[in-house]
Each structure stands twice: as C-alpha cells, then as structure tokens.
Design a protein around this ligand. Sequence first.
Ligand code: SF4
Ligand code: SF4
Length: 412
Amino acid sequence: MAAPPNLPPPDKLLEMADQYLKELEKGPWPSHVAEMRKTGYPLHVYGVGLVARKSPWGPSVVKTKRLTGVLARIARDWVPKGGEEVHFRVFHTPGRFLPTSYLRGIIKVAREYGIGLVEVVGQTGAMVINVKSKEVGDAMIEALRQIGTDVGGSGDAIRELNTCVGPALCEFALYDTLKWFTEFRKDKKIQDAIAVPGFPYKFKIKFSGCPMDCGRANRADLGFIGTWKGAPEVDQELLRRKIEAGEVDPNDLVSKCAGGAISWDAEKKELRIDGSRCKKCMYCIRRAYPAIKPGRERRVAVVVGGGSKGRYGPKLGWFVGYLKPDEAQKGIELAFKIIEPWDKEAQAKVRLGDYILMAGLYQFIEKAGIQLEDTPRLIEKVPDNVPYRVLPEEERKKYAQFAEELRREVGI
Ligand code: SF4
Ligand code: SF4
C-alpha cells in the first residue's frame, strides 16, 4: 500500500510516534500503552499508525501446520524500522468464565512462547495471544491444549462460538446458553469445521439467553435466542405494590410496549397483555421484573443470515423457527442443514445472509429442509419473475402497503 501523503521523514515520524504514545500514557487512568510497554509488542508501529491515521499493518503469513486461528501481520513498507505481529486466536471457555488455574496457564504460555501479551476478548470474540513467529508451532498449540483450550476460528470456517453469560449470572436466561455452547464445541463435526476452512466465507454461531441478545446472536450467520410463546406472565399483586411504591409506571409500559400489546385497567388496577401482539422486546419485563416475567412456554428462536458487514450491508438474522431449550443436538444438525445449500451454491466471499437475499428466504428454507416449529412458509406461490419474492413475507407486506399509500397520495 502506498505511503499516506505528507508523511514526515522517517526520523521525524518515529519522534512524533513516540510523542503520541507518551500522550496516551498521561493521566490518572490505566493506559494501554503503559501496559503494552511491559511486553514485546512493536509499539513504534502502533505509534506510526496513529500519526499517519492509517493502519500501519499489512497481511502476512506464517508457516504452520495448523489451518485456522494463526494470523500474521507485517508493518507496511512506509513504517520505519518495520515490525511484525503474529497471534493465535484461542478458544474461550463457555460464557468467558476464566478459572484462575486456566488464566495462569494462559499467562505462562504467553510468556514462554509469546511476547507476554494476551487480549482477553479480541474483536472476533476469541482470546488473542501474541506470539513470536519463531515459536509458532506444535509445541505452543500443545501447551494450550494441555490447559484445555485450542487454536482456531479464522478464514472461511466456523468461527469462535459466542454466548452470553446465560443462567450462570443472569436472571433473564430462558435456556442454558452455556450448555448449548459446550455441546456445540464438543461436537466432532463442528470441531472439524472450525479447524479446516472449506466454506464460501466465515460462519458465526452465537447464543443469547433472551431477546436482549447480549451474545449478539441476531448478527450471527446462525443465532439461537431464548424466548417464550404468548404473553409475559404478570403477578398482578406484586405489580400493584411496585406501582404504589412508584417503581413502575403502568402508562409507561403501555406507551412503550413494542407490540401495543399492553393495556392498563386503572379501575381494577390490572395489567393485561395480549400474547398474540407481544413482540418479545423485554421492555415490560426489564421495568417490572419480577412482577412481569417471560412466559413459561420457553423456546429457542433460530435466526439465520445476520452479520454486521456483507455485500448488501448489515443485516439482522431472519427467524426460521423454534427449537426447545433441551434440543441443542437438533441445533447442531440444523447448523449443517443450513450450511449445505450455501456451501454448494454461494460464490466465494458471499456471507450466508447475502446468499439468502439472492436465493430468497423461502427458497432457502426449502433447500435447507428446515422444518422447525413455526418455520415460515410461502403462503402463496409467487411467480419467478417477481423480484420482491426474495423478501420475507412481513417485509413484502410493508413494501406493498407503502406502495399503496404512495399511489393514494398521488391519486393514481
Ligand atoms: S442475553 Fe439475556 S440472558 Fe443473556 S446475559 Fe443478556 S440479558 Fe441475560
Ligand atoms: S415484552 Fe415488549 S412487546 Fe411484549 S408485552 Fe412486554 S413490552 Fe410489549
């Protein structure tokens, strides 16, 4: 990559980089620069990047028998003194609970084979251990396996799984996200698909215990989100007490309910929720818990095709049906059903969500053979030459309604 314009000569550039880094060490708060100085990280490259306002790193490769999870970067040729950065993406524990013995093991590996730097949660969700390129090899991977983890999750493969803390810490969890995470992680086929890249693009699987979606499952290629059927459960007596104590405003619940499902009978002091209109936004539950709780008929909503980037922009996942909270194994089977048509038909570097947009959601559901509880189906056969057939039913209705309003407005 060409050097950014107006860069000062190399000596001056390094001097300015040093000043920028020193600036980041000032103040009473912890400084990432001060901490990184204690490691072998090539900080001057980072500083030069700050001065140039451009990433100072370019792609590089490092020889390894391992197929995914080992990444290398090299400083661009306009960075004085050069530098390299190699790291391992290391699997997390479910929910990122880190026993001290595990952490000690990780630190030992990072010091023995690396530069003493561990990023506990990297951008991909994996733990990142920076290593020395000459140490990349079986010995380090074996040392990590001894602690009970492994390296993986880069390239066109299943990436590091992600889950919210779920029932271990959170009262809202509607299924055991940590158990699902562990069952997926233990599955041999999933393991192989993490270790060996072979898909058109990356494939992310995430688990969230409830619709608040702390695990960002709605942005995954395949997401599992805890939910319930029907209306939230209301303990009228407890709710009345909360209202009298000024903790809950029933009119606020009514006005902010995403589905317009809540009504408040001021005379009887009773809150009613129409389950058929509830959008499971969790607002009433968050405001009035535990007087309002999720319904008892728990489900795991399956969403597919989400992603923050892609050929056609960011997308939230499409709902394709429900599993039950004890059906993690069915979730694993489903993952491969979903992957199959995408793997067969999508071009390289097309994410699942983009492929679904091209193929059409209902066609995709049919091709993948998805048959879950409440899986959406085409209500009517839409002719092949109608372009909006690729949109889900709900979106199609919105566009049709918008077109109708527009038609009325212009009087045609
Ligand atoms: S997604 Fe729900 S269950 Fe999971 S941590 Fe967040 S609030 Fe709790
Ligand atoms: S969860 Fe959301 S949509 Fe459902 S009743 Fe409560 S506020 Fe309304």
